[in-house]
Design a binder for this molecule. Structure first.
Ligand code: G1P
Length: 291
């Protein structure tokens, strides 16, 4: 088994109901954050973290993602003819980003099932999972930080952040304790998907970045539907925990839930303010608003 994390799985088959009506026709992964579809942020993070092969799990109505990462012959030819070289470089850059494979998830049976769809393409090696809704602004990239922890510890690593109050029920939540030597590492002893506040074993919520060992595929094959009647990735990792070590990792950086309207607004403001071409103008605009 290769020990290097070379492949990243992007579950992108979900319906995006939290963002209706925008996602009635457009896949939620294609919603623009400033000027880039949210999935492209995840793909760029994966590449910047050393990933060589991206596996996107798609579903019905998601073809726009494949077109986005492909060559656009007509667009490129038109830009070239018009002498729009900078835009041509942007368009070509997207299609040259990565080696990408697509697998269709034929039925929406849950996140665990979506990840399982990548089993044959991943094979017997550790791999990453990136949930494209979770856009993470971090330097070094969140996944790179996690691969560093995986290389050091040799066990699966889940990104976490502290979530206070009832909002915890929207997440997978870890049980365990903080590592005495490294406060960013959480030694997992259990986990539960979307617990009620009173049942949450801690405030350590799982965020959409994982580095997993391939044993999880076999365990997911045996996982029965859990929270929401779906095959949950959290339940597969909980089974993995009986055989191998699993760590939570409080990443350095800021996470935005761009699959949610409010989260997308927050991300839009913060990413726009950081942009060289837009930041100053946008800041002046915001300052002038009668808030
Ligand atoms: C999924 C996972 C959950 C995790 C969350 C992070 O839930 O099942 O464990 O905490 O992503 O964004 P979803 O948001 O798909 O309901």
């Amino acid at each position: 088994m290769s020990k290097q994390v070379r492949k990243a799985v992007f579950p992108a088959g979900g319906l995006g109901t939290r963002f209706l009506p925008a996602t009635k026709v457009i896949p939620k992964e294609m919603l623009a954050l400033v000027d880039k579809p949210i999935i492209q942020y995840g793909v760029e993070e994966a590449i910047a973290s050393g990933i060589e092969h991206i596996i996107i799990i798609t579903g019905r109505g998601k073809a726009a993602m494949e077109d986005h990462f492909d060559h656009s012959f007509e667009l490129d030819a038109t830009l070239e003819r018009r002498g729009k070289h900078e835009l041509l470089a942007v368009s070509r850059g997207v299609s040259a980003l990565a080696r990408i494979s697509y697998v269709r998830q034929k039925e929406p049976l849950g996140l665990g099932h979506a990840v399982l769809c990548a089993k044959d393409l991943v094979g017997d090696e550790p791999f990453a999972v990136i949930l494209p809704d979770d856009v993470i602004d971090a330097d070094p990239p969140c996944l790179r930080q996690m691969i560093g922890v995986f290389d050091e510890k040799g066990g699966s690593v889940l990104a976490t952040q502290t979530v206070e109050g009832p909002a915890i029920s929207a997440y997978g939540v870890l049980a365990g304790s903080q590592d005495p030597h490294n406060p960013r590492i959480y030694n997992c002893t259990g986990m539960v998907e979307k617990p009620k506040l009173e049942d949450a074993p801690s405030k350590q919520a799982i965020i959409g970045r994982y580095v997993l060992t391939p044993r999880v595929f076999e365990l997911l094959e045996e996982t029965t539907p859990g929270a929401g009647g779906e095959i949950q990735l959290t339940d597969g990792i909980k089974a993995l925990l009986k055989e191998e070590r699993v760590y939570g990792y409080t990443f350095e950086g800021k996470r935005f839930d761009a699959g949610d309207k409010f989260g997308m607004l927050q991300a839009t403001v913060e990413f726009a303010l950081k942009r060289e071409d837009l930041g100053a103008k946008f800041r002046a605009y915001l300052k002038g608003l009668p808030l």
